[in-house]
Ligand binder design. Sequence first.
Ligand SMILES: NC(=O)c1ccc[n+]([C@@H]2O[C@H](COP(=O)([O-])OP(=O)(O)OC[C@H]3O[C@@H](n4cnc5c(N)ncnc54)[C@H](O)[C@@H]3O)[C@@H](O)[C@H]2O)c1
Ligand SMILES: O=P(O)(O)OC[C@H](O)CO
Length: 326
Amino acid sequence: MTTIGIIGGGAWGTALAQVAASDGQQALVWAREPEVVASINAAHENSLFLPGRKLSEGIRATGDIGDLADCFAWLVVTPAQHMRSVLAEAPASNVPLVLCSKGIEEGSGELLHDVAHEVRPDAPVAVLSGPTFAHEVAQGMPTAVTLAARDLELAERLRQRLSRSTFRIYLTDDVAGAEIGGAVKNVLAIACGVVEGRGLGQNARAALIGRGFAEMTRFGVGLGARRETLAGLSGLGDLVLTCSSTSSRNYSLGVGIGLGKSAKELMADRRTVAEGAFTAPVLARLAEARGIDMPIVAAVARLLEGADVDSVLGSVLARPPRAEGL
Ligand SMILES: NC(=O)c1ccc[n+]([C@@H]2O[C@H](COP(=O)([O-])OP(=O)(O)OC[C@H]3O[C@@H](n4cnc5c(N)ncnc54)[C@H](O)[C@@H]3O)[C@@H](O)[C@H]2O)c1
Ligand SMILES: O=P(O)(O)OC[C@H](O)CO
């Protein structure tokens, strides 16, 4: 079994296929869209989700998820809200799952490794997360990620297959920590985009990153994550990346909201996924149920529901500052 299976032919699945194939390995991408399958196989390009990037000859695509049966691992790169249904359709196999999506399942409120475990109780699970814009990774630009698995021998085996000089993989056994950082930063990136769109300045954005990280830490520690994971690549690292660039779909969504456009309209004709829009409501709900104070996350959830930007900003600014570190 030398082929790696990629479940999801969006920008990130395609970039990860490019990493896998960069040392001569074969990568087989399952894509939902027939045009993505055709474009990868005929033109070595994903013209829908990663246009303009020539892909390695070692990458093939299929529209039949059953073709992934004989792979040594599956990188699962669907939008978070569709991971459960797609995994349920995948062929029966206990192949290791490497979850590369970032989010919390809306209906169940579960982290994705819990969802994967419910659908595939016998499959070993790892999580790959970190500051990774797909277009940079696909170009072979230097990138570092966290690979988390409770079974560190599995993590080490996966690292040996996937690490490259420009794709550096750091290991941890803190699976929840790696997932929480990736899920929460998407929501905070929307908030930072709003600040940009409203023209509130760089001081305000830095304040949001700092106070947002405090929220991420409170929530993560509340769910058993370790502080050092949250302060690492998959938490603070990804927060800084996503909160400072319009290359981020979440940040761009926030910019649009800050400019006064409705979140519903901004989401309506988008083909690509801004995970924070789905994570914000469930994260706000989970935090409230656990008594964890997450005012920025709650504000983003209200903005996504259509609340007035200035009144939401006003209520955030009216909060009495608490002691740092609490
Ligand atoms: N793009 C990045 O730079 C990047 C980096 C790291 C992690 N991620 C994460 O990877 C995951 C996938 O994002 P992406 O950027 O590859 O996607 P994308 O925005 O490039 O493409 C959208 C994807 O959603 C899929 N999709 C749409 N409707 C679907 C449905 N009903 N069922 C199943 N799949 C459906 C499409 O097939 C496509 O693969 C997300 O969780 C994202 O947060 C993305
Ligand atoms: O474009 P975004 O906002 O989904 O961010 C992409 C990656 O998660 C960055 O690490």
